[in-house]
Design a protein around this ligand. Structure first.
Ligand code: ASP
Length: 412
């Protein structure tokens, strides 16, 4: 028996943890939250690595691309790929929501009940909006005034800016000088990844505790009320994730989709259970290592993507905006829908890779087209489960992007 248990693969163990967690949550209800600290400690163990990992690996990735022209070219291709896939994702979301009309025919009583129970939470979202900077300020804020502060606060866009800047600069100074620094950074990177390996051994237990807490607290019944909406989001995510990414991996990345999905099981399960692209980053990196994707590519595409490329979040915002508009009986013109595409693209870029970032940024989208923010109250109840699903899509999108960019750049 002991022998058998050892032979179980990590992702199988994580999956068992996930299922056990759901069972524990269902059986013990609210009481299941007592084991949540185990999950939280595990999550911290992983998140503590994120800032150093993004900073070091992206700097290394940028510097190892070679010269500044190559950095520019690979960067431009990566960004172009990110943008195109994000726009496709929102479009899928809009089409699904317009066809399935999840917001029509809602029971008035349920609506009012949900309103009441979630009013305070929605208010939080509204309050946070007031602090949201304008687009110009958003751009200014990407450039850090104090690099140490950016790292300490974990301001990911600023950290990325710093990493790209220093990585590029490293290709411009004398080779004798940059080489020793790069070797040092490479060792730091290996050490960071080693911490990930240790943390991953704890993943099955952490996932169990996290899921038990979520299911215990919210129960599955709330899902029933918002089933249509949830199904629209989940359906859209499934369609998008498995069609677009399979096509991209197959035709652009020249890799068999079966091989791709087999290789990324751990990051997928991980993204699903943590609802955090940032926390999933180390696991994705590890999965690509095992698939033979060189660090040169994964260290560049993944850290960048986990912060600015969120296909699932964008799709979710598209469906949610249409859903809320439908509930209030507001027809959306083509112009409105195009505005959703633009705003959701920006919002998904701006959303941090942490749980619930997407719903906060959704406020920005709703406001732009004048959809009542109170509608947020309705979808907050199923937020967590949808966050889990869209984060999985986000992770898969970044993994697929790495495979594609590697194919495009490997001979250059
Ligand atoms: N939780 C998502 C992520 O980390 C962001 C979101 O809330 O949509 O990828």
């Amino acid at each position: 028996m002991r022998f058998r248990a050892r032979k179980l693969k990590l992702h199988t163990k994580i999956l068992i943890g996930l299922l056990l967690g759901i069972a524990v949550g269902l059986v013990f209800g609210e009481k299941a939250t007592v084991i949540e600290p185990v999950g939280k400690i595990f999550l911290r163990l992983i998140t503590l690595i994120v800032v150093p990992l993004v900073f070091v690996s992206l700097m290394l990735g940028t510097a190892s691309v070679g010269d500044i022209k190559k950095v520019g070219r690979m960067g431009a291709k990566t960004l172009a790929y990110f943008m195109v896939t994000t726009v496709i994702a929102i479009t899928v979301g809009l089409v699904v929501a317009n066809l399935s009309k999840p917001g029509l025919g809602l029971n008035k009583e349920t609506q009012e009940q949900l309103y009441k129970s979630y009013e305070s939470k929605a208010q939080v979202g509204v309050e946070r909006l007031k602090e949201k900077p304008s687009t110009v300020q958003f751009l200014i804020d990407i450039v850090p005034a104090n690099p140490i502060q950016s790292l300490a606060e974990g301001n990911m866009l600023q950290v990325i800016f710093l990493a790209l800047l220093f990585g590029t600069v490293l290709t411009m100074i004398k080779k004798e000088k940059s080489e020793s620094l790069l070797r040092f950074l490479d060792a730091v990177n290996d050490a960071i990844i080693e911490v990930v390996h240790i943390a991953m051994k704890l993943a099955p237990y952490g996932v169990l505790a996290l899921i038990a807490g979520v299911v215990g607290q919210f129960g599955l019944h709330i899902l029933v009320t918002l089933l249509k909406y949830s199904l629209a989001v989940i359906g859209g995510l499934l369609i998008y994730t498995f069609s677009v990414n399979s096509l991209a991996v197959n035709f652009l990345g020249k890799m068999k989709p079966q091989r791709f999905y087999r290789g990324i099981k751990s990051p997928m399960i991980f993204a699903f259970s943590t609802s955090s692209s940032s926390a999933t980053l180390p696991v994705s990196m590890d999965a690509l290592d095992h698939m033979g994707i060189e660090r040169k590519f994964s260290s560049f595409v993944l850290p960048l993507g986990s912060t600015i490329n969120m296909d699932g979040t964008a799709l979710y915002q598209g469906v949610s905006a249409v859903f809320i508009a439908q509930i209030y009986g507001l027809p959306l013109s083509l112009g409105d829908q195009l505005t959703i595409v633009l705003m959701a693209t920006l919002a998904s870029v701006g959303a941090a890779g942490v749980p619930a970032a997407g719903i906060v940024m959704l406020v920005m989208v709703l406001k732009q087209i004048g959809i009542p923010l109170e509608g947020l109250a309705l979808i907050l109840g199923v937020e967590r489960i949808l966050d889990m699903c869209r984060t999985t899509t986000n992770a898969v999108g970044n993994l697929a992007a790495s495979v594609v960019i590697r194919e495009w750049e490997k001979d250059k």
